[in-house]
Design a protein around this ligand. Structure first.
Ligand code: MF3
Ligand code: CO
Ligand code: CO
Length: 265
């Protein structure tokens, strides 16, 4: 296991390749941002993601990934993650997570944001705020060589203040030349995450999914992808790709125009 883990540590040149992938992915998110508003369909967003990525010579990672049919995930309201873009038209009051992943020269950048469409309910705003705060609480809490469980500890502590549920079945992940690789990055502490270490040179995502009601999930058996809350409550998520350096975490997918650390929705 030690051998496998050691291979996850990137060389300086590989770190730069991941920085480039993260930078392009963030640029894609900044481009998409202006279109995520009432009246647009989620498949129109998907088309924009596809065309922007291809026209810059890169590949949208979700397309055909384990049979996924589109170039990004769009998860509206009670959809927790892996929503498939389609004819649904966004309307005032919705919240929608757009999750984009790009392959740049063989390296993957992965991030997502939840967008508020016009004026939304208090709960919608709070669940969005909570997932954003959870992501940044985790980033602030981790250190080189520290346990992966520092992430789950920080997130659970923050979510408790809101009395919201933290999804356990879907997790962050190592990322690099593969979309999903070791280690798993659960958003609650687990025995494995107490053992795994955030060694300098490892690259991973943090992507907490927060439910306004119970944490329980439900997979849509018809499409095999869409994950919703079991109780019909709202769910929000934010995601960044992070490189652990010997000085601390470096967020590779920071946007220019998106919500910055400390943002109030
Ligand atoms: N981008 C998602 C993640 O953060 C994974 C989506 S897999 C897909 O890990 F096939 F649905 F695109
Ligand atoms: Co991810
Ligand atoms: Co993602």
């Amino acid at each position: 296991m030690l051998i496998g883990r050691r291979r996850l540590r990137l060389t300086p040149a590989e770190c730069d390749a991941m920085r480039a992938a993260g930078r392009f992915n963030a640029q894609l998110m900044d481009y998409i941002r202006q279109y995520v508003r009432a009246g647009v369909t989620t498949s129109e967003i998907d088309q924009l993601v596809h065309d922007y990525t291809s026209s810059h010579g890169h590949k949208p990672a979700p397309l055909n990934y384990q049979g996924f049919p589109k170039s990004c995930c769009t998860s509206v309201n009670d959809v927790i993650c892996h929503g498939i873009p389609g004819p649904y038209r966004l309307k005032e009051g919705d919240i929608v997570n757009v999750d984009v992943t790009t392959i740049v020269d063989g390296w993957f950048g992965d991030q997502s944001e939840t967008f508020l469409i016009g004026k939304v309910s208090k709960t919608a705003r709070q669940v969005t705020q909570c997932s954003f705060d959870c992501l940044w609480a985790a980033i602030d809490h981790i250190r080189p060589g520290g346990p992966v469980s520092d992430i789950g500890e920080a997130i659970v502590r923050r979510a408790k203040k809101y009395n919201f549920g933290v999804v356990e079945e879907y997790v962050g992940h190592g990322v690099g030349r593969a979309f999903h690789q070791k280690p798993n990055i659960p958003h609650v502490p687990t025995p494995a995450s107490r053992r795994d270490r955030l060694e300098p040179g490892i690259c991973f995502t943090i992507e907490p999914m927060i439910n306004s009601g119970s944490r329980e999930t439900q997979l849509d058996e018809r499409d095999g992808w869409t994950v919703t809350t079991k109780d019909g409550g709202l769910s929000a998520q934010f995601e960044h790709t992070i490189l652990m350096t010997d000085k601390g975490p470096e967020v590779l997918t920071l946007t220019l125009h998106g919500p910055q650390k400390g943002h109030k929705f």
